[in-house]
Structures are given as structure tokens and as C-alpha cells.
Design a protein around this ligand. Structure first.
Ligand SMILES: [Zn+2]
Length: 424
């Protein structure tokens, strides 16, 4: 253990340089810039120790277009004897820079013990830490049991369909190939993220009948019907959601319940076209729509989550004259939470205690990340997120990752490899 940790300390400059170099490739998504370049860069870096390297385009995936192909890299190294496979998966895309930066967002600048830039914490610092951890482990233990894989994948920020979802469809995350997955997202070096809440997105439309706005009694307002629905959501649904408790240790704690966000509302006359300077025409709204973003708990079933909303709508239909609606499902991702007894969890827990001298916190993410595809498509449940960086800094101006944090989490990753792949 000491020698692995010491070996990683010796690679401090290399880890910093690698993080900066990754930041300097601006893989902004959307639209998905420079994906091939970053995959080539990671492949070149890994080639000396990873004899099998595949650079794969997610052909046919959502988002894969000729001028912005979705590239992914998967590297694999077999040990000296048979055993299980540990896979580190990082997304290589970053979000737009936005405004408010005081450093070059793609400079990979190093100062005050930090590396700055878009993607520093989310999650090029994590990718770099996992690479250095795996390299140090391999160099000290070339005859390890099993195999190590490292992937850098596209499009996590836009749903992961051109990245992990596509790879999972192709079998890269099947339990026959891979037994343990660590996703080095910026969850803080002392925390193990076991999974995420579920999501159900849907669009609800209420119908009305158009008429002259001066005689609204001759029509039927879809907006008033929608208002009635919003009233029901406010008085019935929100209190019900807030009353539910969960065994999921979601952070922040306010997300430790079911939540519903009304993502958008549109009704009545459409927004006038750019350049139109006249008044609106007097009409009664014949249609109103909301999009809802419902996050749910492992204790809830997706069918019940949906039914609860259908019940509200049916109640209005039965009691409110003229009320009719359409409900369109947009997107569903079930919640997932890896068992605390899973070997990958035990190994990282033990390693955190060794490196940091404390017991780790267990958390669950309020929103989803690529674990959803590994769990749902790959059917691989031994997956966690663990990596350096402060989650609150993700997507912010002047994003940074602490160098000591990267070193510590690289040590944790290397010790976890030692635990999972070096048992006699
Ligand atoms: Zn991320």
C-alpha cells in the first residue's frame, strides 16, 4: 500500500500535465467538438500499457452526425493470470464555457495547487487520476489477476447516447466482460456515489375550443383547464411527494424525497414571430401544454409514478366540465443504487479509509449520469461514481480541480485495483 501511494506521489507532475493537456482539447458539447482528437490523445497515452485499444464511432446513435461524429475510446489490459475486470469510465465531453471566467477556459493553467479550465473537475481531472492510478498499479504489479479497462466516452452531458449507452448496447458493459465499474465523476474524494434517483419526463396537453376573446363563454379555455391541473399539482401532488421518505442517501438532503419540476408551460397563441410589432389577436386558448420532470425514489415503481399523475387528470376529467387531456411520455430512467456490499464498494471504502484516514460518506445523485446506461442496458450493477473534484464547481466559470485531491483519489483507485485484482 505504501509503495503504491508513494509511486503515485512520484507521478504528481505527470498527473498535472496530463490533466492540463486534456483540458487543452476543447471537447465542448453541444455540438461535440474535437472528440476524435481527445480519443487519439488518450489512446496514445495508454498504448504502452494497454495492448488492446479501440477507437469507436457511435454510428447510428442519437447525436452522431457527419460533421460531429461521436468518438469513444476503450482500452484493455490483461494481467498475468485470470481474474475479474475493473473498468474506469470517464466522459470526455465538457459543457460550454458561459461567461465570468478570469482564466483561459482551455488553458489548463496551474496555480495555487489547482488545475483550472472547463472540464477540470467534470471530469478530465478524474480521467487523468484514473489513468495515472492504473498505470502505477500496472507498473508495480504487471502480473495482476484479471484485466483493467479505461474508457473515455462521448456525450454524457447530453444524455450519453453517443457514448456509454452505445457501448453498452454493443456489449462493452456486459457482466460477462466487466465485473466492476468506477466512474470518476467529481463527487469529492471522501464520497462514494452509489447511484441516482429515477426520472420520468412527460408532456401534458389540455384541450380547449377557440372562440373570440371578447366572448370567452363561446369557447373553452385550455389555459383555465391547465390552471386547474396546476392547482391540483400544488395542493395534492406536492404535499404527497414531500411526505415520501427514502433509504437513498441523496445529496443535497432536500433531494431526499420525490420531486417534480414543471419544466415549461406553453398555452394559447404562439409567441409572435421575430419582427412582428402588432398586438395579439383576441382568441380563447385551444391548447395548453406543460412538460414535467419527475424525479423518483428507489421505493417507487415507475408505473405508480405515472399513475399518480393520471389519477389527478382523471379526477379533473370526472369533475370539471369540458376537461380533456393528452399525456405523452418523453423519457424514463429507473433509479439505481448499487449494493453497499458489492466488492467494488467495499474495495473503494477500504481504500478511502487507508488513504484519507476516515470513513467515506455514501451518497446518491439527485440527477442521472452514465451509470444509468451501465445499469439499464449493460445489466451490470456493480458500478459506482468515485472521483476527485467538488461537484458544485462543475459547469461553473473558473472551474478547477485540486492537485492533492487528484493524487488522493488516484491512490484510492490504485488501492481499489490492488484489492480487486491482486488477491492471491
Ligand atoms: Zn460529469
Amino acid at each position: 500500500m505504501t509503495s503504491l501511494s508513494a509511486e503515485i506521489d512520484r507521478r504528481r507532475d505527470d498527473l498535472v500535465a496530463l490533466t492540463s493537456a486534456l483540458i487543452r482539447i476543447p471537447t465542448v458539447n453541444p455540438p461535440g467538438d474535437r472528440y476524435r482528437e481527445i480519443c487519439d490523445f488518450v489512446a496514445d497515452r495508454l498504448r504502452p500499457r494497454f495492448p488492446s485499444i479501440e477507437i469507436l464511432r457511435a454510428e447510428g446513435a442519437i447525436g452522431d452526425v457527419p460533421n460531429h461524429p461521436r468518438w469513444n475510446v476503450v482500452a484493455r489490459r490483461e494481467g498475468g493470470r485470470s481474474g475479474e475486470t475493473v473498468h474506469f469510465n470517464s466522459h470526455h465531453d465538457v459543457v460550454e464555457i458561459g461567461s465570468g471566467w478570469t482564466v483561459d477556459p482551455f488553458g489548463g493553467e496551474v496555480k495555487d495547487g489547482r488545475v483550472y479550465g472547463r472540464g477540470a473537475c467534470d471530469m478530465k481531472g478524474g480521467l487523468a487520476a484514473s489513468i495515472v492510478a492504473a498505470e502505477a498499479f500496472i507498473d508495480l504489479n504487471p502480473g495482476f489477476a484479471g484485466a483493467i479497462e479505461i474508457s473515455a466516452t462521448a456525450d454524457e452531458e447530453t444524455g450519453g447516447y453517443g457514448g456509454v449507452a452505445w457501448l453498452a448496447e454493443k456489449g462493452y458493459f456486459s457482466p460477462q466482460r466487466v465485473q466492476h465499474v468506477i466512474i470518476p465523476e467529481p463527487l469529492n474524494k471522501n464520497r462514494i456515489c452509489l447511484g441516482h434517483r429515477g426520472v420520468w419526463w412527460a408532456e401534458i396537453e389540455t384541450h380547449g375550443r377557440i372562440a373570440h376573446g371578447s366572448m370567452p363563454f363561446l369557447g373553452d379555455s385550455a389555459i383555465r383547464h391547465m390552471a386547474a391541473l396546476l392547482g391540483e399539482i400544488e395542493t395534492t401532488l406536492y404535499p404527497a411527494l414531500a411526505s415520501r421518505t427514502t433509504a437513498m442517501p441523496v445529496v443535497p438532503p432536500l433531494a431526499r424525497q420525490s420531486t417534480l419540476n414543471i419544466n415549461s408551460i406553453h398555452g394559447g397563441q404562439p409567441e409572435p414571430e421575430e419582427g412582428y410589432t402588432g398586438f395579439p389577436a383576441p382568441v380563447v386558448a385551444h391548447s395548453a401544454r406543460i412538460v414535467i420532470d419527475r424525479r423518483y425514489l428507489i421505493e417507487e415503481k415507475p408505473t405508480e409514478v405515472r399513475q399518480e399523475v393520471v389519477d389527478l387528470l382523471e379526477k379533473l376529467k370526472a369533475t370539471r366540465p369540458g376537461f380533456s387531456y393528452e399525456l405523452r411520455d418523453l423519457w424514463t430512467i429507473p433509479p439505481t443504487m448499487t449494493d453497499k456490499a458489492a466488492p467494488v464498494v467495499r474495495a473503494v471504502d477500504k481504500a478511502i479509509t487507508q488513504v484519507l484516514g476516515l470513513t467515506p460518506d455514501y451518497v446518491v445523485s439527485p440527477g442521472t449520469y452514465d451509470q444509468k446506461h451501465i445499469d439499464r442496458i449493460g445489466k451490470l450493477h456493480n458500478c459506482i461514481a468515485y472521483g476527485p473534484g467538488i461537484l458544485d464547481l462543475a459547469h461553473q466559470p473558473d472551474e478547477w480541480v485540486g492537485i492533492d485531491d487528484m493524487l488522493d483519489s488516484a491512490k484510492v483507485m490504485a488501492l481499489a485495483l490492488n484489492d480487486l485484482l491482486n488477491q492471491s
